[in-house]
Design a protein around this ligand. Structure first.
Ligand SMILES: Cc1cc2nc3c(=O)[nH]c(=O)nc-3n(C[C@H](O)[C@H](O)[C@H](O)COP(=O)(O)OP(=O)(O)OC[C@H]3O[C@@H](n4cnc5c(N)ncnc54)[C@H](O)[C@@H]3O)c2cc1C
Ligand code: SF4
Length: 367
């Protein structure tokens, strides 16, 4: 009851123009989760992406799926793109990887070389690369059957993962695996060490820094695409207080064309996925803090001018004082962690202070 009230207080007024600007073209909007218990339990959110890929593989509609995995090499995270062809490999690749990758260098050759039909899991900016690739290569275009974009706040430089690994890794023990968002709501980060011991820390031990834009990847400062305008399907979380006590993590799903919608409905009919039709406004409410802030590159352009950070403006959005203050804070934090000194100093700041700072930024974001 109290949580519904919080959602009502935070509710924004969405017009069709705002929805289209922030989320792009929408055929239909859904709440979804996987009906496959193993996939759902192992997922970043509701397991919708992995369930759709598994369904298409098992139906013979695709021969492989491009996914992003993280391996650990010398106590450092090493993100890797792979084209996988089995359910087991799809499950092993589940979870969100918040670390910077080089899609053009590492994933595009895999897509070009693969000879069968493909589905791709992408972050929004990589849908832009795939789109250009498809336009220039009809044979690549013909083999891509489905593109799914995750919603994306931003990604971080490897140095952020290094900072949190350093905090929690016992001396003399090597890290062998690392996984974010295990379990309910925002979930936990799970570390596994060479002696088979495991450690779980709240995801916030990483995300508090991330949400303050410390170590943010430079390209994200220029980006206005939160949901993947160019994908067939976009999948994210449902950040509504009323969902917090729901034992099942749900996905917010945007379907962008009829063909993708029929894949989703077929998967539902075959008992693979739970689907509930929702309004586009519901999806916008579930991303209410992020959408306007992510889109408003103009605010970052203005704040960047004061801080000596050159950002180009694709949107020419109105910038209120509060937008400017948010952008200034984000860029200040970004710039601080581009310096060696800033990185060292950040690591010494007590965690409760970081938390307080984040709450202050979040308070601005709801205005
Ligand atoms: C960098 C990043 C930022 C995100 N920010 C937000 C946000 O601000 N708001 C929000 O609502 N949701 C965000 N998400 C999406 C959310 O965390 C889930 O990934 C999404 O809801 C899909 O959940 P799922 O349970 O269906 O995925 P799963 O079944 O766990 O499958 C996830 C699939 O995505 C692939 N994948 C993971 N990371 C990457 C990557 N970096 N590049 C390409 N493929 C990848 C995995 O290999 C896997 O195939 C973000 C995800 C990422 C990767
Ligand atoms: S915020 Fe934009 S540029 Fe950054 S990773 Fe996400 S989609 Fe790519």
């Amino acid at each position: 009851m109290k949580k519904n009230l919080i959602d009502r207080i935070l509710k924004r007024k969405w017009t069709p123009e705002l929805i289209s600007k922030y989320m792009g073209n929408i055929e239909s909007s859904w709440l979804a989760y996987s009906l496959d218990e193993e996939i759902r339990q192992n997922a970043a959110s509701g397991g919708t992406i992995t369930t759709l890929f598994t369904y298409l593989l098992e139906a013979g509609d695709i021969d492989g799926a491009l996914v992003c995995t993280t391996e650990v090499e010398g106590n450092e995270l090493a993100p890797k793109y792979k084209i996988v062809t089995t359910r087991e490999e799809l499950i092993a690749a589940q979870g969100s990887k918040y670390i910077e990758t080089n899609f053009a260098h590492d994933a595009v050759p895999l897509i070009k070389e693969f000879s069968g039909k493909l589905a791709l899991a992408l972050i929004p900016c990589d849908t832009w690369i795939v789109n250009t690739l498809r336009k220039n290569n009809p044979e690549v275009d013909a083999k891509i059957k489905l593109t799914i974009s995750v919603f994306c706040g931003h990604i971080s430089e490897p140095a952020l993962s290094r900072l949190v690994i350093k905090k929690y890794k016992p001396a003399g023990l090597s890290l062998v695996s690392f996984r974010h968002r295990v379990g309910h709501w925002r979930g936990k980060t799970r570390y596994k060490f060479e002696d088979n011991t495991e450690l779980e820390k709240p995801f916030s031990a990483f995300s508090d820094y991330q949400n303050l834009y410390f170590f943010c990847a430079r390209k994200c400062l220029h980006c206005n695409d939160h949901t993947g305008y160019l994908s067939d399907i976009s999948v994210g979380d449902v950040w509504l207080q009323s969902m917090k006590d729901n034992p099942i993590k749900h996905n917010a799903v945007i379907v962008r064309n009829k063909q993708a919608e029929s894949i989703l409905l077929d998967a539902q009919q075959k008992g693979k996925i739970y689907l509930q039709s929702v309004t586009n406004e519901f999806i916008a409410d579930a991303q209410a803090r992020s959408l306007p802030m992510h889109y408003n590159v103009s605010a970052r352009v203005k704040a960047g001018k004061l801080l000596g950070i050159n950002i180009s403006d694709p949107v020419h959005e109105r910038v209120r004082l509060v937008d400017f203050l948010i952008a200034y804070t984000i860029l200040l934090n970004y710039r601080w962690t581009t310096t060696v000194r800033g990185r060292l100093e950040l690591g010494r700041i007590p965690k409760p202070l970081i938390k307080l700072y984040l709450y202050a930024l979040k308070a601005l974001e709801v205005l």
